[in-house]
Design a protein around this ligand. Structure first.
Ligand code: A3P
Length: 317
């Protein structure tokens, strides 16, 4: 029979009480489920998606570990795929809406819409590990863009973010505590390295369905990767568009400088689990900020873990 809301809630509470726990960064607790750590509402979202989400072959999924450049890629993917609808750059909804409102995070969306956990717009985002993706995503043939970033910068970015977004009643997390949990793999959505490897292995099996893109590469040559992205998404820039300079216009529109200075991102809020200030998604937007926060010893340990975990994969190192 169709499980009702109350039955689901009971089963969920039972599951949560049995799973290993750690300190959360944004909420009180994270739970280990299928090898990865998730905040309580995220875990609920995952279970809803596993039961009810139906992917379509034309869907496009942006998968990222949090703080790997999700906001940036949402803006780029949305603009690339919809550019024919906006004749002028300033007609783009990005001028009025934060990228997270245009491309939904599936696990949050599922919490708010448990019966129909499928956003209307076919470009979607998730931070869920490959192991816990709904089966229909794995088998539908839909395309997946996987964003990744130097984990040292991710850790520092996540740590700033968590302290800004956490409820007042929770004590702030220190960088040393954040490092300790992250490097052990027991931080929200962690272990980071297994997250990347899960999708990497899937991409070896279905190379045409996956595009990997690092924050550092995108920073180094945004136009080149915007073109790669457009091709992968089935909306390549035509020679005329390139001649008109459209690639640089798209890149410019989605740049940190431009987005972070829009009124909507300076003063606006959007609804996730609660109202979130749009400005917290824009901090520095630079490569290598970790060295300004992490002591040398922590930098070294993080690099050693990365080297060890990705040792056979030159592209990820
Ligand atoms: P920093 O905290 O290092 O500045 P996510 O979007 O996955 O939550 O990641 C947030 C990180 O991306 C933050 O990194 C943020 O400043 C940066 N960011 C947000 N928008 C960006 C953009 N348009 N271009 C480059 N970086 C951006």
């Amino acid at each position: 029979h169709e499980e009702n809301g109350e039955e689901f809630e009971q089963k969920f509470q039972q599951l949560v009480s049995e799973l290993p726990k750690e300190r959360g960064w944004v909420g009180k607790t994270i739970h280990q489920y299928e090898g990865f750590w998730y905040a309580t509402p995220v875990l609920k979202g995952i279970l809803i998606l596993q039961q009810h989400f139906k992917a379509q072959p034309d869907d496009v999924l942006l998968v990222s570990y949090p703080k790997s450049g999700t906001t940036w890629l949402k803006a780029l993917m949305f603009t690339i795929m919809n550019r024919k609808c906006f004749h002028e750059n300033d007609e783009n909804p990005l001028h009025k809406s934060n990228p997270h409102e245009l491309v939904n995070l599936l696990e949050t969306y599922a919490n708010v819409n448990p019966k129909e956990p499928r956003p209307a717009y076919p470009v979607m985002n998730t931070h869920i590990s490959y192991t816990s993706l709904p089966d229909s995503i794995k088998t539908s043939g839909c395309r997946i863009v996987y964003a990744f970033r130097d984990p040292k910068d991710i850790l520092v970015s996540c740590w700033h973010f968590a302290n800004k977004i956490k409820p007042e009643e929770l004590p702030p997390i220190s960088l040393a505590e954040a490092f300790e949990q992250f490097s052990r793999g027991a931080s929200p959505y962690g272990p980071y390295w297994d997250h990347v490897l899960g999708y990497w292995k899937a991409s070896l099996e279905w190379p045409n369905r996956y595009m990997f893109l690092s924050y550092e590469d995108l920073k180094r040559d945004p136009c080149f990767h915007a073109k790669r992205l457009a091709e992968f998404l089935g909306h390549p820039f035509s020679p005329e568009e390139e001649k008109e300079g459209l690639v640089s216009k798209v890149v410019e529109l989605c740049s940190f400088e431009n987005l972070s200075n829009l009124e909507v991102n300076k003063t606006g809020k959007h609804f996730a689990f609660s109202k979130v200030e749009n400005k917290i998604f824009f901090r520095q937007g630079k490569v290598g900020d970790a060295k300004n926060h992490l002591p040398g010893e922590m930098m070294r340990i993080m690099d050693e873990i990365t080297e060890e975990k990705f040792k056979n994969i030159k592209y990820l190192n």
